[in-house]
Design a protein around this ligand. Structure first.
Ligand SMILES: C[S@@+](CC[C@H](N)C(=O)[O-])C[C@H]1O[C@@H](n2cnc3c(N)ncnc32)[C@H](O)[C@@H]1O
Length: 423
């Protein structure tokens, strides 16, 4: 059994060094309900913390043997904390889940667990060579551009896959990155090809105390056949679930979040005389990202259009116009164009980062202007400008931008996310 892991983790977006964000009873119960197994013999929880998930599991599968593991020796003993009578068929281990030899340490053979439930820590442990072996065994090593990209979430997932038997079920709570980020699309592809990923439920933000992170429930069957379609749902703040949408494997490789797929394409919400839906890729001829970082703005010789400079919304038919004070004279613009990226008249500016990026839009009218690196200028043709602008000002546009964005502490949107939006 190991002691402390303090000092061994790389900086992370979470403030707790061990990623100790405990699952609420509502979310735990919802995850356990989604796992369609009636009488598992062996149930495992890696990173059991205060025991919310394994308590819900123990309540449902009363005859199963339960094994829990956590490195934190101060965490309340899972079953003892939540039940008056300690459970006889429960073994808890204080140990590092990322030990390659975990199965020996906890007395379980690889490939023997019927059901595993897990809410992994979203931290980045310092790389150890044994992590490569854990990923390799789980069939995931080829899915990463660099093995160093693997955070504890992916490593816990891999360790669960090693311990599960074929056709065993894994119920997970996943962070936004694995579900939506482009750099994990090959991880999603590998999982979808090797296992049957049944469903992914987008949880409300703020469901974990102390963090606004976007998280998801996911259930998969190990080696249960290649995934044809995945069911996506969204949970409201009151715990209610939305209707299901089914997405095929290719769409699921792209992203696995309900909000993204629910908002595209929007043809079903159009009236008969609306133009046919099209993608930003078709309508936007160029996306220009500004080149002045926020720290350089105060000393820059010209005004730089930045996140705080978007005018307030002007109502449904109004147009938000970049204020005149940002406009460069023709000569200055010509000179500046060599050194910095400029927005030009006709460009539609949107925010690239920030919590309220979906509400920020403005049209460049008066003349060229300098934009910061937090701003995208969407260049389009006269045919599409009005339609594109109206869409970005609409509720549908805000929804599309909001769901195309990702990131926990800071929300951001990439060019390729933008190009995939339909309007
Ligand atoms: C996000 S919390 C989840 C706790 C619990 N499963 C729940 O859902 O409420 C992650 C847990 O993983 C534990 N943990 C972090 N790194 C670990 C490691 N290397 N080995 C074992 N447990 C670890 C933390 O102590 C914490 O209890």
């Amino acid at each position: 059994m190991t002691g402390s892991i303090s000092g061994l983790s790389r900086p992370s977006q979470t403030s707790d060094p061990r990623g100790r964000y405990y699952t609420s009873p509502l979310v735990s119960q919802s995850l356990i309900e989604r796992i369609d197994v009636s009488q598992p013999k062996l149930v495992l929880e890696l990173g059991s913390g205060a025991g919310s998930l394994c308590s819900a599991a123990a309540k449902r599968w009363q005859d199963a043997k339960l094994v829990t593991v956590d490195v934190d020796c101060d965490a309340p003993r899972p079953m003892h904390a939540s039940h008056a009578t300690p459970r006889l068929k429960h073994a808890h281990f204080v140990h590092d889940v990322l030990d390659e030899a975990l199965s020996d340490r906890i007395g379980l053979k690889l490939g023997t667990v019927d059901v595993a439930v897990c809410n992994p820590p979203y931290i980045r442990p310092k790389w150890r060579s044994e992590f490569g072996k854990i990923l390799e065994d789980a069939g995931l090593s080829g899915a990463l551009t660099s093995l160093f990209d693997a955070g504890a979430d992916l490593l816990f997932l891999a360790q669960n896959l090693r311990l599960l038997r074929n056709n065993g079920k894994l119920g997970l709570i996943l962070p936004d990155g694995l579900v939506t980020a482009e750099r994990f699309s090959r991880v999603r592809q590998t999982l979808l090809r090797q296992h049957f990923v049944q469903q992914v439920v987008q949880l409300p933000r703020g469901v974990f105390k102390g963090t606004e992170a976007q998280t998801y429930l996911a259930v998969l069957t190990k080696r249960g056949g290649e995934t044809g379609e995945v069911s996506l749902k969204q949970m409201g703040a009151d715990g209610r679930l939305s209707a299901t949408i089914q997405v095929g494997q290719d769409a699921a490789v792209k992203r696995l979040d309900f909000a993204f797929h629910a908002s595209r394409p929007v043809s079903s919400l159009r009236s008969c005389d609306s133009p046919a839906p099209m993608s930003f890729r078709q309508a936007v001829t160029d996306v220009v990202r500004g080149s002045i970082c926020s720290s350089a703005i105060p000393s820059f010789p010209m005004p730089v259009f930045h996140l705080g400079d978007f005018p307030k919304p002007m109502g449904e038919r109004g147009v938000r116009i970049v204020p005149k004070r940002f406009t460069l004279g023709a000569r200055t613009a010509q000179r500046m164009a060599h050194d910095v990226r400029l927005a030009i008249p006709g460009d539609i500016l949107i925010a690239r980062v920030g919590r309220s990026l979906a509400n920020q839009v403005a049209l460049v009218v008066h003349g060229p202007c300098v934009i910061s690196d937090c701003i995208f200028a969407l260049r389009t043709t006269d045919n599409y400008r009005e339609r594109l602008y109206r869409f970005l000002e609409s509720d549908m546009g805000r929804l599309a931008l909001g769901s195309a964005a990702h990131g926990v502490a800071a929300r951001f949107i990439s060019k390729s996310n933008l190009f995939d939006i339909h309007f």
